[in-house]
Design a protein around this ligand. Structure first.
Ligand code: ATR
Length: 276
């Protein structure tokens, strides 16, 4: 059997990506035996020519893009409004070099899957990096009342300016006044192996009955989530966002509806394997 259609993830390094497991499981489940998703390590200095080679000689339909290429790739593709505003691309379709950022739809679809309605709700976003930009874009579009707390305040201000959205910047001393219905951790604090870290300072009281969405998915129960639950709140791991951003990319490349349940199982199995 020959592989005719390739997709993959470009990054430097890319070894730890869960995407091959997720996408290849989806191809198998749908009987798409001529599709393959693989890891494509590309050093930054040859990014532009590598894109051409993948498209013209490698048989790639498209790619996911991860660090450190998410921003650097912008001049070489045709980003949609979303990717342009966020300033980062995570999915390229080589047919037309169309590029987008499926983290937005991945995140918003996962909120919807958990019956979380953002419209008019007070939402506290923690962080102001690339992940936060995607979240804020989606939350603002959905009509959330946004507050942003970030270690580096200027970065939060830049985010607001670049995305041209309404949001207030708060610091940890004034965060209690926000009274959020939803808190979204868009930092990597608490991620394995530093699982005892928590982005919420110990000397700041945690609100009661609030929903926390933690983009960290390894571990699937973070200290921040435990904190929310201890105060009568609800906690959601970011695993669903990972799967749903992948599902959106899958649909762009293949035109087929992504088997989300299969992709969930594959990611969970891959994470279990890594824990062993
Ligand atoms: P990503 O693309 O995953 O969002 P990033 O652009 O490097 O990654 O952004 C990381 C985010 O996590 C930022 O908001 C960062 O805060 P700064 O803007 O102040 O750097 C935040 N972050 C990372 N480590 C942190 C830590 N130890 N404490 C608090 N915030 C942290």
């Amino acid at each position: 059997m020959t592989t005719q259609k390739r997709v993959g993830v470009i990054g430097w390094p890319v070894e730890h990506s869960l995407s091959p497991a997720m996408h290849n499981a989806a191809f198998r489940a749908l009987g798409m035996d001529d599709w393959l998703y693989d890891l494509v390590p590309i050093p930054p200095d040859i990014l532009r020519q590598s894109l051409r080679t993948l498209k013209d000689e490698g048989g790639y339909v498209g790619v996911n893009v991860t660090v450190p290429h998410k921003e650097r790739v912008l001049p070489y593709v045709r980003p949609d409004d979303r990717a342009q505003a966020i300033g980062a691309v995570n999915t390229i379709d080589f047919r037309g070099y169309k590029a987008t950022n499926t983290d937005v739809v991945g995140f918003m679809n996962d909120l919807a899957a958990h019956d979380i309605d953002v419209e008019g709700a007070s939402v506290l976003v923690i962080g102001a990096g690339g992940a936060a930009r995607a979240a804020v874009y989606g939350l603002a579009e959905a009509g959330g009342q946004l507050s942003i707390v970030n270690r580096t305040q200027e970065r939060a201000q830049r985010l607001i300016n670049d995305l041209n959205i309404q949001a207030q910047i708060v610091d940890w001393r004034s965060v209690e006044a926000v009274q959020p219905a939803l808190i979204v951790n868009c930092t990597s604090v608490g991620m394995w192996p530093k699982v005892d870290d928590c982005v919420w300072p110990d000397d700041v009281s945690f609100p009661e009955h609030v929903t926390v969405y933690d983009m960290v998915y390894r571990p699937q129960q973070t200290r921040l989530m435990t904190k929310a639950e201890a105060r009568g709140g609800r906690a959601i791991t970011g695993l669903g966002m990972l799967v749903r951003q992948g599902a959106a990319a899958f649909e762009i490349w293949t035109g087929n509806e992504a088997p989300v349940d299969v992709m969930f199982e594959a990611v969970e199995a891959a994470l279990r394997e890594r824990a062993e």
